[in-house]
Design a protein around this ligand. Structure first.
Ligand code: 13P
Length: 253
């Protein structure tokens, strides 16, 4: 079966001191957890230090964003090859905050996906609908459009070395949850769409759920058949909460 993955997305939080304490606690906690992969998406300036601290631990280093360009005059951008130098195993691509606040298009997310893989990292492609889109009955067409942009550019085979994350925009940082059934329905839709191109890749692809995942709701979400772990924002900043969520993924068995 698919190995569970729980990734923390720190977003724009942290400091050198608080990161050290948080990573210490997560590394310690992970030494007693088996059967779940764990990673943390660290802000760029802290990657070098985090990579040293995470080396030889059970916690993977990951980034939150990447340029679609390999190098050049792109002030303020960070290339995939640069991230790979700091042991980044994963990088988020197309997070809804990038799409909504920074105007990233589907095409740009697809280009970032390709750039990340070219540098040997696994992109975590984030898709999800806004509340307006959900209310208008456009959940499936929205996530399909976001997924298809990557399928068209990278090809279905590229998904074998990636992770998908369904993050309904209306649940991110709002304390509002998709119910496990709502989330499962979209996960199954996404897997089915990929299966239409390649059954085996669809069956192996890990699809994470993200959006106000907390210790109290993680178990119910992770018990759904197409939910293979989580992408955790706020709760990943508190070691005990994050570890409890990782354990909830472990207990699915
Ligand atoms: P929250 O868990 O804070 O809702 O954030 C979810 C998210 O955006 C993870 O990438």
């Amino acid at each position: 079966m698919r190995a569970r993955l729980v990734a923390g997305n720190w977003k724009m939080h942290g400091s050198r001191t608080s990161n050290r304490a948080l990573l210490d606690a997560v590394i310690r906690g992970m030494s007693e957890i088996s059967g779940v992969e764990c990673a943390v998406c660290v802000p760029f300036p802290y990657l070098a230090e985090a990579a040293v601290q995470l080396a030889r631990s059970a916690v993977g280093c990951a980034a939150q964003n990447v340029s679609e360009h390999a190098q050049g005059a792109y002030t303020g951008e960070v290339s995939a090859a640069m991230l790979a130098e700091f042991d980044c195993r994963y990088v988020l691509v197309g997070h809804s905050e990038r799409r909504q606040i920074f105007g990233e298009t589907d095409a740009r997310a697809a280009a970032k996906f390709v750039a990340a893989q070219a540098a040997g990292m696994a992109p975590i492609l984030c898709v999800g609908e806004t509340l307006e889109e959900r209310d208008a009955g456009r959940t499936e067409s929205t996530v399909a459009r976001q997924l298809d942009a990557v399928l068209e550019k990278a090809g279905v085979a590229a998904l074998a070395k990636s992770v998908l994350a369904y993050e309904p925009v209306w649940t991110i940082g709002t304390g509002r949850n998709a119910t496990p059934e709502q989330a499962q329905a979209v996960h199954a839709f996404l897997r089915g769409r990929i299966a239409g191109r390649n059954n085996e890749i669809a069956a192996r692809l890990r699809i994470l759920y993200g959006g106000s995942v907390k210790p109290a709701n993680a178990k119910a979400l992770f018990s759904m058949s197409d939910i293979d772990g989580g992408l955790i924002g706020g709760a990943s900043l508190v070691a005990d909460d994050f570890l409890e969520i990782v354990r909830a993924a472990e207990s699915r068995g």
